[in-house]
Ligand binder design. Structure first.
Ligand SMILES: C[S@@+](CC[C@H](N)C(=O)[O-])C[C@H]1O[C@@H](n2cnc3c(N)ncnc32)[C@H](O)[C@@H]1O
Length: 368
């Protein structure tokens, strides 16, 4: 195998000769990127096959024992264990030929880790890689890839947000809005725009039976999943509808409107924010949860997960917006742009909060 993929020669380099030490350093960085990219694929497989959960519950074990416990083919499991050993994720005992997952790693790689499960998060890497061909084409031709190009996105997004919301929605996120718990207990109308598979909506509806919850998403499969979960929870106060949230006419007004990670990938985000403002009660609150970043690229340079944000933007959020002829706001629209757009939409009182242990999201609490 070769790592060289260029098929057409690039332009001849101009300017001063490269500093060989800096070339060597950068080569090291790129090779590390190659190795970590490969590790990301294998960590994702470890999550999807349940291998991390299996090993976490075992004493040091051979590849045969691990494969048997997981119900998987030993030859694949052994190769995966090789990748995990050289990536320093699992520890191999050479003499005994057994593998173990240190408890400190299990705390970040298993389903029992809940919102701390980074193996679940790493599934985004192979999911995004599936659309690389189409994205390369968009670079040349413009336009975008629509939601139908992302078969797994809905499910993966739902898995991620469920981890966060199960851990934090009721205890940490609702209290960010002064008096919200009391108002939800008394009974208000709530809308969740871009609700996806609706887990946040259903958690709230379960906790606050006196309030009435309306979920809107334009993907029929997501809406069906949201309804299915509401039925499974036995909720009579949840109404989920296929709707483009750029037009909320006829829905009435709400005491609370939420948007969980659902504004930056809109085709027409300014229109959506204006609709939210129009459909909020005079004393209502818009709670917008969105990726935390600066709107200025240089301010994001030392943010460790910023490369992921720009990547998921290019390969999902930006492209789905452009596919609809939209504005292509992008995942990294950042606090400054978000605050300006909220002000433009008519919100005069906007504060930005964060939730302990959630370093990815900013929580915008906006009022008229
Ligand atoms: C990143 S997902 C977030 C889903 C969900 N809120 C969550 O946290 O799991 C964004 C959602 O917004 C929905 N969406 C995007 N544009 C929309 C529009 N104009 N009208 C309705 N839904 C939209 C997408 O279908 C997707 O389900």
């Amino acid at each position: 195998m070769t790592t060289t993929t260029t098929t057409t020669p690039g332009p001849a380099p101009t300017g001063p000769a490269p500093d060989p030490d800096r070339v060597a350093d950068f080569a090291g960085e790129m090779l590390e990127t190659l190795a970590r990219g490969a590790t990301a694929l294998m960590v994702s497989i470890g999550h999807r096959t349940g291998l991390f959960d299996t090993i976490a519950g075992m004493a040091p074990a051979s590849s045969h024992e691990i494969a048997a416990a997981a119900g998987l083919h030993e030859r694949y499991v052994r190769e995966w264990l090789g990748a995990m050993t050289v990536s320093h994720v699992v520890v191999h005992d050479r003499a005994a030929d057994t593998y173990r997952l240190p408890v400190e790693h299990a705390a970040l790689l298993t389903r029992a880790a809940g919102p701390d499960n980074l193996a679940s998060q790493l599934q985004f890497i192979p999911m995004l890689a599936q659309v690389e061909e189409g994205i390369v084409r968009c670079f040349a031709e413009g336009g975008g890839l629509g939601y139908d190009a992302f078969a797994r996105f809905d499910r993966l997004m739902a898995e991620q947000s469920a981890q966060t919301n199960d851990a934090a929605l009721l205890d940490r996120i609702v209290p960010l809005v002064d008096g919200l718990d009391d108002r939800l207990r008394t009974g208000i109308r709530v809308a969740d725009i871009g609700c996806g598979q609706g887990h946040a909506l259903n958690l709230l509806a379960h906790a606050y039976p006196e309030s009435d919850f309306h979920g809107y998403d334009f993907l029929p499969d997501a809406v069906a999943a949201a309804r299915g979960e509401a039925d499974a929870f036995g909720l009579g106060n949840v109404h989920v509808e296929v709707r483009d949230v750029a037009d909320l006419s006829g829905t009435g007004t709400f005491g609370l409107i939420t948007a969980f990670d659902a504004v930056h990938d809109q085709a027409y985000p300014a229109r959506v924010l204006a609709q939210v403002a129009e459909h909020l009660d005079a004393d209502g609150t818009f709670l917008m949860v969105d990726m935390d970043a600066s709107s200025t690229v240089d301010d994001n340079i030392d943010v460790p997960w910023a490369p992921f944000l720009y990547t998921v933007s290019t390969m999902h959020c930006l492209t789905v917006s452009l596919a609809q002829g939209g504005e292509g706001l992008g995942t990294v629209w950042g606090r400054q742009t978000a605050q300006r757009m909220l002000a433009d939409a008519g919100f005069s009182d906007v504060s930005v909060a964060s939730v302990p242990d959630d370093f990815v999201n900013a929580y915008y609490v906006a009022r008229h």
